[in-house]
Design a protein. Sequence first.
Length: 259
Amino acid sequence: MSHTPSTPSLSPCRRPGVPLAALTAAILTLLLSACGASSAAPADIPTAVSTPSPSPQPPTATVARASGGLKVYASPGDDRPARTLRPTTDFGTPTVLLVSEVGAAAADGWLEVLLPMRPNGTTGWIRAADVELRDVAFEVRIDLAARELVVLRAGERLLSTTTAIGEPSHPTPTGRFFVVDKLATPDPDGAYGPYALGLSAHSEVLTEFGGGDGQVGIHGTDAPASIGRAVSHGCLRVDNAVIERLARLLPLGTPVTIS
């Protein structure tokens, strides 16, 4: 297990000259208080979008959420936890964990989960009895070479859009991650656009940046010309109308695969 990360900040997203307060001012508004998607009507966006089917969709992933502090163990069957996660993130978002596809049911009564910490890909074990499990039908796939972000629902393409990625010296990390924070920014016309989705991913280059620990996110931008280019410190930038749609559509715990 890695050490507990410091106060999260989507700091790799920040451009030089943009103060950290532009993201954290007024205690960034928590967008959702649960793992479910918002009931607000989605905004129109300039991307390829199909109308979601009203019929139930098979789950893509399983998300674990605890009502209190959550004990995480290094191995199933351990008597003492390796760490205890708080019930909320430092932004006030309910703590959720993505159940791993590998070994999720390897031991009776235990679940292997992905953890939002360094190094990327860190996993741990939790007791199934300690959490509430919820299914998620959505997933996000990001192709860095194509600079494309795709949202799927039950395996079917729902949305695709162009995204900015990390510059060569600060590349966007690759791997399987998940959405841990959904935040409304204090300035919809600012550097991060109206919303920022904090991921469990951390920069492989920046271990500290702008007061945070190098957490990577997906957010809007006040520089739309940068979309489609390798210009960020590791974050993914999309059109502001797109991030509004994503904030309404994707529940906490949504898996995000970056390759």
